[in-house]
Design a protein around this ligand. Structure first.
Ligand code: ZN
Length: 257
């Protein structure tokens, strides 16, 4: 889906933006190099419009002028936080609210797979989620669904198209970010008989969890948030970008210079 394909209409009530972000992998059939070298990805992203104010999020009173900062004041030393400004005039800081001090993430096992691979993929997904523990806040992984989860990982054999993972988010000025769904595939998009490598699952889950925390994509293939699964772990720049995201006011509009 092309970027900016959907432009939410402004309404009298506070708008709620729905962001859909996914990671899709394409694996060439006859390549003997490792899977990670074979992968490229496509990303769908639904964002608000390009025009300043199009995604305006007035305060609950509707009186306060929305907060904006210039890119020059925000982007240096913020990792890839501002990469959207290469294509857009503005972007908005969308993250969990300041009142959130930790998240509970339910990570079940993919029970529809055989016991041994199910265990491996489960452990890999837990590692991917926990890669963000403490960045920016504590992440508690609930493997048995006993806690009231903020995020639930859902397994599917395959996802539409060539995706390996997809995250659906909702954001509003008052409630901040909410995760509607975080889905991870267990099998290759091109070969339904082939269970994915645990490292792919770990990196895909880490990538989708990055979206769940509010990150968009990196423009560097070394980062786990690059839309291609080329990273081998979270990078210093992944962490730096997350730190920058949570150092800025939720809902802040960043304007290109
Ligand atoms: Zn993505």
């Amino acid at each position: 889906m092309p970027r900016n394909a959907v432009v939410p209409a402004r309404t009298a009530v506070l708008p709620i933006l729905v962001i859909v972000a996914g990671l899709a992998l394409v694996i060439p059939r006859l390549n003997r190099t490792s899977d990670l070298d074979e992968i490229r990805a496509e990303e769908d992203s639904v964002e608000c419009g390009d025009l300043p104010g199009e995604c305006a999020t007035p305060s609950p009173e509707g009186l306060r002028t929305e907060r904006t900062l210039r890119a020059a004041d925000v982007c240096p030393r913020s990792g890839y936080l501002c990469v959207e400004l290469a294509e857009r005039d503005t972007f908005r800081i969308r993250r969990w609210t300041d009142g959130v001090s930790g998240l509970v993430v339910h990570v079940p096992a993919p029970d529809f797979e055989d016991a041994a691979p199910s265990r491996e993929l489960h452990r890999a997904a837990v590692r991917g989620v926990k890669a963000w523990d403490g960045q920016p806040f504590a992440i508690t992984v609930d493997e048995r669904g006993r806690l009231d989860a903020d995020v639930t990982v859902t397994w599917q054999r395959q996802l539409p198209g060539t995706r390996l993972g997809v995250t659906e988010l909702q954001w509003s000025p008052t409630q901040g970010l909410r995760v509607q769904a975080l889905r991870v595939a267990t099998r290759s998009p091109h070969d339904a008989q082939r269970i994915l490598d645990p490292l792919q699952i770990q990196l895909t889950t880490a990538h989708e969890m990055g979206h769940a925390l509010g990150l968009l994509h990196s423009d560097s293939e070394r980062d786990v948030m690059y839309p291609t699964n080329t990273a081998t772990s979270l990078s210093a720049q992944d962490y730096r970008t997350m730190e920058a995201l949570y150092s800025l006011e939720n809902g802040l509009l960043v304007v290109r210079n």
